[in-house]
Design a protein around this ligand. Structure first.
Ligand code: A2P
Length: 315
């Protein structure tokens, strides 16, 4: 499996298992299946509300002993309601308890958006905290402390624009080591990718298959189905593989990591086997032409002008 390297030479497999939208009653088996199929990179988050179910899988697999904790790269994410300095470590400790782990490989600030403590999904302005009240650098400094204490090996962010990264890097001691963002052929994010490369920030792609299992409320009318695009189907035919494998393989050529979500054993296996698909220059050019800055995750659900939140991606 292709890997990317952090500055200290730690590595992360380019294909990981995504767990956003994975129901707790399915995700334990999905993680076990994935680890047995060769996945060594699992992506989690407190807000996915399934970390205890992932924890059951880790306990089962690591107790069995064939796969060791150190062989698996585990990421989780700090939720928006725990951005105050004093809330960051307790949030991580809860995630570690839920996951049955004593350290994370990577901890990400999930969104550049702060909620009041205890708020899962802010409904009104009174449930948000502005970035004047809780600046991103306050949260980041607390995350730096987690790394210094060895509770997490690496720290990074998610859903950060170039502008927000620049501002954070300006004030930070540790440059974020990862930015996890929506990324696929319809949203190729070339400028962000270039910027991250220039700062030695690795990139992870979420929603690589178009996240068709999002709630209806999160979906736009007539949104494109990436796996059904003619260009993608033609390439799948050419390489004798599936559309999903074409979409996953694209990331390996581009040099970022990718976390397709599945709880289906056959598709979990299929997705890691995308590593065997070798797209050539012509294929990459075909996919390049699909770019149209289309987001499945618009971020509009975080619009709260009264608290200074609008246009979370700064575009
Ligand atoms: P399932 O979990 O039933 O396999 P994303 O990773 O972009 O969030 O997309 C996840 C969605 O894509 C889920 O609905 C998931 O369904 C589906 N999916 C995952 N892998 C494949 C695959 N290889 N072929 C078709 N659909 C897939």
């Amino acid at each position: 499996m292709k890997q990317l390297k952090f500055k200290n030479n730690d590595t992360i497999d380019c294909i990981g298992l995504g767990t956003w939208k994975s129901p707790p009653e399915e995700v334990t088996q999905a993680v076990i299946t994935a680890l047995e199929a060769g996945y060594r990179h699992i992506d989690a988050a407190a807000i996915y509300q399934n970390e205890p179910a992932l924890g059951k899988a880790f306990k089962t697999v690591f107790n069995k002993g064939d796969i060791k904790r150190e062989e698996v790269f585990v990421t989780s994410k700090l939720w928006n309601d725990s951005h105050r300095a004093q809330d960051v470590q307790p949030a991580l400790e809860k995630t570690l308890r839920d996951l049955n782990l004593d350290y994370l490989d990577l901890y990400l600030m999930h969104w550049p958006v702060a909620f009041k403590p205890g708020v899962t999904h802010a409904q009104g302005a009174d449930e948000y905290a502005s970035l004047n009240e809780i600046p991103l650098i306050e949260t980041w400094k607390a995350m730096e402390a987690l790394k210094e204490k060895g509770l997490v090996k690496h720290i990074g962010v998610s859903n950060f624009s170039i502008k927000k990264l620049e501002d954070l890097i300006d004030k930070a001691t540790i440059t974020p080591e990862m930015n996890q963002v929506e990324l696929h052929p319809l949203l190729q994010q070339d400028k962000l990718m270039e910027y991250c490369e220039s700062k030695n920030i690795l990139v992870t792609a979420y929603s690589p298959l178009g996240s068709g299992d999002r709630s209806e409320a999160m979906k736009a009318e007539n949104e494109p189905k990436m796996m059904e695009l003619e260009a993608v189907k033609i390439l799948a035919n050419k390489h004798n593989c599936t559309s999903a494998q074409i979409l996953i393989s694209w990331h390996l050529q581009r040099g970022n990591t990718v976390i397709p979500k599945s709880t289906n054993p056959k598709r979990i296996q299929e997705n890691i086997e995308a590593a065997k698909v070798q797209l050539d220059k012509d294929d990459m050019n075909t996919l390049k032409r699909l770019d149209r800055h289309f987001r499945y995750v618009t971020g509009e659900f975080f619009n709260c002008p009264e608290k200074g939140y609008e246009n979370v991606y700064d575009e």
